[in-house]
Each structure stands twice: as C-alpha cells, then as structure tokens.
Design a protein around this ligand. Sequence first.
Ligand code: ATP
Ligand code: MG
Length: 624
Amino acid sequence: MSAYKTFHERSIKDPQSFWAEQAQLIEWFKPFDQVLEYSKPPFAKWYVGGKTNLCHNAVDRHLKTQADARALVAVSTETDQEKVYTFKELHTEVNRMAAILKDQGVAKGDRVLIYMPMIAEACFAMLACARIGAIHSVVFGGFASHSLASRIDDAKPKMVISAEAGARGGKAVPYKPLLDEAIQLATHKPDHVLIVDRRLVEFTKVVGRDLDYATERAKHMDAQVPCEHMDATDPSYILYTSGTTGKPKGVQRDTGGYAVALAASMKYIYGGQAGETMFTTSDIGWVVGHSYIIYGPLINGMATIMYEGTPLRPDAGIWWKLVQDYKVSVMFSAPTAARVLKKQDPAFLTKYDLSSLRSIFLAGEPLDEPTATWLHGAVNKPIVDNYWQTETGWPMLALQRGVEVMPHKFGSPGVPVYGYNMKLLDDATGAELGADQKGVVAIEGPLPPGCMQTVWGDDERFVKTYWQAVPGKMVYSTFDWGIKDKDGYFFILGRTDDVINVAGHRLGTREIEESISSHPNIAEVAVVGVEDKLKGQVAVGFAIPKDANKTETLEAEVMKTVDSQLGAVARPARVYIVNALPKTRSGKIVRRSLQAIAEGRDPGDLSTMEDQTVLAQIKTIMGK
Ligand code: ATP
Ligand code: MG
C-alpha cells in the first residue's frame, strides 16, 4: 500500500492513536485524558481533559527558540507602511492588547467582535483574545452596518475592536460610522468599543463607550498577562460562512483540536518550516485568514505577512515583490485573485526573484484549468488546489506532499486528507457511489480535530443543517457535488444547488463553466440552471469577455465550444455577455442571485454581496 493510503487508513481506523501522535506537534499545559469522545454524535470532543492555549502555541512557545526571528510582517501599500515584528515584539504587543481587554472586564468565554482592516493590531487583537480565553468573532471589514448588526446580535460581544477606517485603492474607507450605525441597529449593545485611530479620517466618539487604543496601550506598556489554561474543548472563535448560498452560519471552533489540526496541516500539506515566511493573500475576515494568515504559520514558528492593499497597486508585481523581499516559501491565495492577475502583463510576475517560493496553494472556489495553467506558466511553481470550508477550518481534499508526493491532476484538489472519512453519496438514496459516479461530497463522522463544534448557540441548527441533508444516513454534507476517479482523486463539480437537470441529464454547472472559459475570449463565466417548461431546466451562462470589442459572435462561438466539448445536451440556452458578475465580498460568484433573476424571482439575502449594482446591470442586459 502507498504511504498515503497507509497514513489515511490509520487516521480513520485508529483515530485515537493517530491524533494522539499529532497532538505532540503543539504544547500542552496539561495532557489530555482522552483523545476523542464521541458518545453523542455528531458532537465530537477532541483531547478531553487537555489544557492548552492558541496564543501560547502561536507566540510564547517560540520565545525559547526564536525570540528575535520575524513573526509578523505588516505591509500596507495603502498607507505605505511596512513593519516587521519579531516573536518577542509580537508577544509584547499581544500582552498590551490583552491587558486592555482585561482592564475593561473582558474575561474567559466573553465574545469580542473584531471589525478591522488588515493591520497588525487586528492580529494583536485576535491573539489577545485567545490569550485570555475570550472568543473572537472577526467580521470582514468590507461588510456594512446591516451585516455587522446581525453578527453583533448573534455573537453578543462584550467589546468591539475596530479602526476608524480601512483603505482601498488609495482611498480611505471609513469604518467607524458603519460600526456606530450597526450598534444602533443591533439589539445587543457592547460595553466598549476600542478604536485604533489610524488618522485616515475624522470621526466622532461616543463618550463612555469608545476607547482610544493608543491611550489605553500607553497604560500597559509593561503588561504581562498569562495565557489562560483553556480546556481543549473550549471555544476559541466564531466565524460566519461566506453567505454564498444564503444566510451565513456562525461556525464555532474549539481550541486544542484546532491547534493540532493546523500544526499537522503545516507539516503534511503546506510544508512550511519554522523560520520561513508564509504569505496568504486572504483577509482575516475569512477562514483562510484565521487558519493561514494568523494561527497556522505562527503555531508552526513561521513568519506571516499581513497585506493591506490590492494585488494591482502600485502595480501588478506587488505580491511577487513581497515574495522576493521576505523570501516567502509558501504562498496561499484564491482563484479569483489569480484571475485578476491574469488580465495583467505577465512581465510583472517574472520581474522578481521567486527562488524562495516552493508552491502556491489556492482554495475557496473551483480552480479552472486555464487559470491554473496560466499561473503555473507565469511563476513556474507548483500550483496546488485544496478544498475545504469555513466549517472544516482546514483542508478536506489536498495532495499531502508531507505524506507522499503524488501526481497532480488538473481540475482536482486531490485526495481525502487524513482524518476525513470522505464519501460520495447518492443524494436521493444516500448510497455510496463508486468511481466516476457523481454525488454529494460528505464526511462520515466524527469530524476530525479543528472542524466546527457546532453552530454558535444553536446545536439544533448544526444537526439539522449539516447532518440530516442526505437521506438515510447521518453524515456531514458539504453541499458540494463531486466525482471521484479510479485513483481516488476527487473533482468538485459545484454546489449541490448548482446541479442542473436538463431533460433527465444531471450536469454540474462547473463542467459547463470550464468549457465556456476555454474559449480564448472569455475571462470569467457563471452558469446556472433555469426552469424550463419543456426540459425541466436549461443552462444559462453569464460571461465576461477579455476583449469587449469582439463580442458580436461570441455567444454563438461559445455555444459551439460547449457543443464540441460536452455535447449538445450541455449547450446553454443563452450565454449573456456581461461586464461584471455578482460576487460575495470574498470574491465568490453568487450563482443563486443569477438564477433568481433569470427565473424572475426575488434574489434573497444579498447582504454579503460586494456590488449590488451588478445585478441591475445584468437584468438590463437580459431585458428583464
Ligand atoms: P455559505 O456556506 O455561507 O453559502 P460558502 O460556502 O461560500 O458560503 P466558505 O466556507 O467560504 O463559504 O466556502 C466553502 C465552499 O467553497 C465549499 O463548500 C466549496 O463550494 C467552495 N470551495 C472551496 N474550496 C474549493 C476548491 N478548492 N474547489 C472547489 N470549490 C471549493
Ligand atoms: Mg458553505
């Protein structure tokens, strides 16, 4: 049996010994009594009786061996600042922030909402919460007051940490008025709001509630706040899903299992070494930011880069300049960002010395072959897809080079990761499917360490939403649709909502999108299933051209491409040529909104959407 198969099989058949071994990758204040307690499925408890702390593992632990090594590199091309913090300096700042929180009465188990741009203080805030056992809930800075208010009411934070403004494309983006409005809208009121004043915009203070970070920090310059000894099963944070398919769900994560899962993923999947630098281009508001900007690299003793700015300013070479300057060895980004760069001159990428870089990981949405090939061609490094969710916290499907170097297959994020008992199931019967059969991607419980414990404050929603979606079986549904080949490689075909049924043929919209995007003049495309009296459903495409001056015959050409690649059954009824697609603020296409307008329905909850005007433009193009 291959090294991978042996490793994976052991993790499933003997999780107790497998995860006991991985637990040695982190430091414990008190060893656990039991690796896994699964008496009340689907609620898994990892490392019962063990005591540890995320901040201790991310920061304090490294003081013994590499206090003066780089820990955090905060770069802003918006404010032209670049600051490096060693582990010792990071430790000092986190202690100061923790002292401020304690001073205001924040204690273990209290929630702290963090609504901040990508600045160093946001990292201090997250780690300070972890240090004192407060549960952080980071809300992406791009959200406006309505979305923020609903998260305030769900998490009920004792304190909010924010900044008066973020910045994007060289312009200040005020946060404070949105926060004030959100608190007004919300039923729950936080006691205090701590504001990092970046002096980007003027703002008003609420007397008695608002605190100034610089003033408070000055009171605690020599603060020493010990790390709280947390139960492994104590919650560490709440994070809301992206809201691509509807109302976001509040994912609750534990402490010990998460620390172990991240440490193991750095070893077996991402392959970073202590002393090296990782650059994850996401935002702390998303799960990729939690796991691979903040906790993963730091727990692993790596430096992490927090970047505030766009990938295109001052020019499209900025990311690669950072790779060169900080000798980045591991990079993590998203297909949507790669597609942005793809529209630029490739010379920006080849200008810099990328010799330190070993691989670029991409996750968050399907990685289409043209984008992967383009990026690989431009940087000449392995481009590694990995598949996971806010709920899982770390990859479910990936090639695990630290276990065995396996061949890469285009369009596939790879094979099930150790700990995940991945299944492909028939969505009507729940029966397990064999090679080359399409089905729902599911996980047989228990979920491995690091995955969600429950939906915050709503165990019933956790069970109902995730564990009762596949008939006849209590399994975790990813709500993604996939297929597995004879070698065990999975291919994600789209969301289960995105499967369409054309005259009895079940098609994943992703397959049709792949085909359309292989046309040389297509930059980006979304396909949805639209109700049709005759065929049940038909595919309808929305495509952005690369060259907007050459679109006269584009729709017909694209249809021909699909015809020849997938057959006439997959040919969309229409392919509308548009100039933008509706996206979430994390850059994912909101297909449900396109489907709704194509079917003349109300598009539903659009609170996580980036630009509300895009849908109106598309409606006009469709003549609706
Ligand atoms: P919501 O659950 O609120 O609708 P969301 O599912 O977009 O939002 P995330 O947790 O950010 O929230 O995204 C996880 C989803 O992203 C996966 O279920 C899958 O659909 C998609 N995804 C992530 N990585 C990949 C990948 N490598 N290939 C294909 N799809 C991916
Ligand atoms: Mg989801």
